[in-house]
Design a protein around this ligand. Structure first.
Ligand code: HEM
Ligand SMILES: *[C@@H]1O[C@H](CO)[C@@H](O)[C@H](O)[C@H]1NC(C)=O
Ligand SMILES: *[C@@H]1O[C@H](CO)[C@@H](O)[C@H](O)[C@H]1NC(C)=O
Ligand SMILES: [Mg+2]
Length: 263
């Protein structure tokens, strides 16, 4: 008996020394606030952010983005300021995830996993039909910058064709490119500009970090410089795909400094 029990107990002890692969993930419930951002929803689901998605202060979000995906603090701080701009209260110091659904604040048309507001007010939930179009541009187990840009450009083309109120303004176009860039940065190989498709699908579909699939956060802090570089690579590819008439690239507004390529 002993000889069997000892290895079993040792194994159990070994396991409990490591965090659960689920990292405390729990689906959102009826009272929880969620957003059009799959990452912030995932962070609330895991408990890096309050599970109810409400009253998020600067340190909470900056710590969460560092702990979960190794974003550097200056970049996260800018995200936080952007988020505050969606709160309909003067001089707000905290935001809740549902504030982010405000149309054309940070939210924009032609999203990868949400229908345009013209089609649905439910910006806080994943939409399988929209994401099916996005995934259709990823034929291989590894997504390249070109394929990621094709999905982004494809959604712009579809939205432009089907939504009579379609708008991708001067903030929306770079935001769209940045959101494509940032999933490559968070889940992929920053130098190569590639990312495993199953990680990205798991992330979008479940609003969950892909620990179970062997993902680990970046070993180095991700900065705005990384975002600018990757957005530029995505922009170059999507401009080529959309053609001169619909340039989404950084050239869309020479006055708009690159540092404003936040989500
Ligand atoms: C405080 C930080 C952040 C804020 C306030 C924020 C906010 C938003 C908002 C409002 C959207 C909706 C835009 C739209 O599609 O209409 C969005 C989309 C998105 N965000 Fe975030 N975000 C943050 C950080 C991040 C980070 C660090 C990632 C890294 C993976 C990320 C990934 C995405 C992706 C991939 C989308 C596109 C979703 C889609 O097109 O369906 N976000 N974000
Ligand atoms: C918000 O801040 C501005 C500038 O500091 C100040 O003038 C204004 O009174 C504040 N508004 C409220 C409602 O606190
Ligand atoms: C939307 O379609 C119109 C007409 O085909 C085109 O001129 C315009 O550039 C398109 N906009 C985008 C952002 O693709
Ligand atoms: Mg949107």
């Amino acid at each position: 008996m002993r000889t069997i029990l000892v290895p079993v107990l040792t194994f159990a002890g070994f396991c409990s020394a490591f965090p659960e692969p689920s990292r405390g993930w729990r689906a959102s419930g009826p009272g929880d606030a969620r957003s059009p951002c799959p990452l912030l929803n995932a962070l609330a689901n895991h408990g890096y952010l309050p599970h109810d998605g409400r009253d998020i202060e600067r340190d909470t979000i900056v710590d969460a983005l560092e702990d979960a995906v190794n974003l550097d603090r200056p970049w996260s701080d800018i995200f936080f300021q952007e988020a505050l701009s969606t709160v309909p209260v003067a001089n707000a110091t905290r935001f809740s995830l549902h504030h982010l659904s405000q149309q054309n604040a940070i939210e924009h048309d032609a999203s990868l996993s949400r229908p345009d507001v013209f089609f649905s007010p439910h910006q806080d939930v994943f939409d399988p039909a929209v994401f099916a179009e996005t995934r259709s541009y990823w034929p291989d187990p590894v997504i390249t910058v070109r394929q990621a840009a094709a999905a982004c450009a494809g959604r712009v083309r579809t939205a432009n064709r089907t939504n009579p109120a379609f708008e991708l303004n001067r903030a929306g176009a770079p935001a769209s490119l940045a959101e494509t860039a940032v999933y490559i940065l968070a889940f992929g190989d920053v130098g190569a500009g590639t990312v495993r498709r199953e990680l990205v699908e798991h992330f979008f579909e479940n609003e969950r970090l892909p620990f179970e699939l062997g993902w680990e956060k970046s070993k180095f802090a991700l900065t705005q410089k990384h975002l600018e570089d990757m957005s530029g690579r995505v922009a170059a590819e999507s401009d080529a795909l959309l053609g001169e008439a619909a340039k989404m690239g950084i050239s869309i507004d020479a006055q708009r400094p690159l540092v404003r390529l936040e989500l």
